[in-house]
Design a protein around this ligand. Structure first.
Ligand SMILES: O=C(O)CCC(=O)C(=O)O
Length: 279
């Protein structure tokens, strides 16, 4: 008996034999909580999730990333008075919890297609004296006109408390629904995201935002984890940068989001097989 397939999308189920699609740990979150988070995100463009990291986890992140903060930004966007660390997963395990926090994954599970990808994981330390970062969106580099659904989502995690003076991320609430209009950089609508250490702001890739000025006397340590649809190119090229030993160490959520997964029917294959066979 033969089965007629009229287009490749007819094959879009999981046709993998050995390595089936794996469940996200977002499933462990109360569906009512995740649904409410998503509703806020779709309405306002963002939601603030408080107290997701323990003091011990925060201390471990500070201890591990501190010694890596040995240089400053190379341009206005990175910030000449800001320190950034890229390729974080190759340098420390302390930030894995941030890359794959179940509360965040539960929103992503509802927002993006299965096997969405980690696009970026970056430490951002805004030092005293830094000026406001230019407002931008995190999926504006995908050349698909707005208004449209977000192609990505981002989190920014407060490792230090975000205050009115230390460079808290600033957002323009509701701007995820804008079309082609651009905000003035000094827009009065810039709204600081004030939150205690261990919290994060989750926002759509279409939301206008930027780092704030740090007029305080202390640095503002943060991490951003960004995610995109599984059929898009990621900002950090994890396919090339992820050491094989790291892929063996991280948990299933991170492994899947690093691209050891298939966007059905066969996007992401290696030599015709599931990429997990590399491990
Ligand atoms: O550090 C922040 O608060 C925001 C940074 C940001 O949006 C970026 O660099 O893309």
């Amino acid at each position: 008996m033969s089965t007629e397939v009229s287009s490749v999308t007819d094959l879009a189920g999981d046709i993998a034999g050995t390595y089936r699609r794996t469940e996200s740990s977002g499933r462990s979150v109360d569906p009512a909580v995740a649904d409410a988070d998503l509703a806020a995100v779709l309405r306002d463009g963002y939601v603030i999730l408080t107290d997701l990291l323990t003091p011990r986890e925060l201390a471990e992140i500070r201890a591990e990333v501190g010694p890596l903060l040995d240089h400053r930004g190379r341009n206005d966007f990175e910030g000449h008075t800001t320190q950034r660390i890229y390729s974080v997963l190759n340098k420390t395990r302390s930030c894995d919890r941030i890359a794959a926090h179940p509360r965040v994954l539960a929103i992503l599970d509802r927002l993006l297609m299965p096997n969405y990808l980690l696009s970026m994981l970056q430490v951002i330390n805004i030092l005293p004296g830094e000026t406001p970062q230019m407002l931008h969106t995190d999926d504006g580099f995908y050349p698909i006109p707005r208004p449209r659904a977000a192609l990505s989502a981002a989190t920014i995690w407060a490792i230090d408390e975000f205050t009115t003076t230390n460079g808290a991320t600033e957002i323009i609430p509701g701007s995820h629904e804008w079309g082609s209009e651009l905000p003035e950089n000094d827009s009065a609508a810039r709204t600081p995201v004030l939150m205690p250490a261990g919290s994060c702001v989750f926002f759509l890739g279409t939301l206008w935002h930027g780092g704030g000025a740090n007029t305080s006397e202390t640095p503002r340590l943060a991490l951003t984890a960004q995610y995109c649809e599984p059929w898009l190119r990621t900002q950090e090229n994890f396919n090339l940068s992820t050491a094989r030993e790291v892929a063996r160490e991280v948990d299933e959520d991170i492994l899947r989001m690093l691209g050891f997964s298939i966007h059905p029917p066969f996007v992401g294959q290696v030599d015709g097989m599931h990429p997990k066979r590399l491990l």
